[in-house]
Design a protein around this ligand. Structure first.
Ligand code: S3P
Length: 178
């Protein structure tokens, strides 16, 4: 469907791998469109009362995935009249049950894409503790495994070499909102 023919979404999810810029682009996009931005990882941390890194270390990835799905279901159950822009953690949309929840809610999804080398470089530059960002080979392998899931997103935007504001403007255009 052409973006202009798509009904105005009430929630837009940014999906993609670690380092894709989901949080920074999401924040810029929220401002650009006078919408409300939320990062699903922040909701998980608030609900759990501990950081993502702590959840992985103390309870393991399976428990993190459980908390992630619960937070997503909760978010989707909230009804709003304004536009919400939501950044999902890198693994969220790669979980089939989460992708289904998002799809059933009729939400639009935008895959922020970039080559593995650039994603890894961005993660290293950010310096944020990411439990699943270890050596480059493991990083690339996980990206390759998840890529088919990301490609199921409604829209795909190439972010390589682009500034955050430029990407946000491109996403807004592809959503037919600018
Ligand atoms: C994860 C990515 C992280 C965070 C958690 C797991 C993943 O979010 O949800 O560490 O599985 O790729 P970012 O993509 O924002 O780094």
């Amino acid at each position: 469907m052409k973006p202009s023919l798509r009904p105005r979404p009430t929630v837009a999810f940014l999906v993609g791998f670690m380092g894709a810029g989901k949080t920074s682009v999401g924040r810029a996009l929220g401002q650009l469109l006078n919408g409300k931005f939320e990062d699903l990882d922040d909701r998980i941390e608030a609900q759990e009362g501990r950081s993502i890194e702590q959840i992985f270390r103390e309870s393991g990835e399976a428990e993190f995935r459980r908390a992630e799905s619960a937070a997503l279901s909760e978010l989707l159950a909230e009804r709003n009249s304004f536009l919400r822009v939501v950044a999902l953690g890198g693994g969220a949309f790669a979980q089939a049950q989460n992708a289904l929840l998002v799809q059933e809610a009729g939400a639009v999804t935008v895959f922020l894409d970039a080559p593995a080398e650039e994603l890894y470089r961005r993660c290293a530059q950010e310096g944020r503790e990411r439990p699943l960002c270890r050596d480059f080979e493991q990083f690339r392998k996980l990206l390759d495994e998840r890529r088919p899931s990301y490609l199921k997103a409604t829209l795909q935007v190439d972010t390589s070499g682009k500034a955050i504001n430029v990407i946000a403007a491109e996403v807004a255009c592809s959503l037919g909102l600018r």
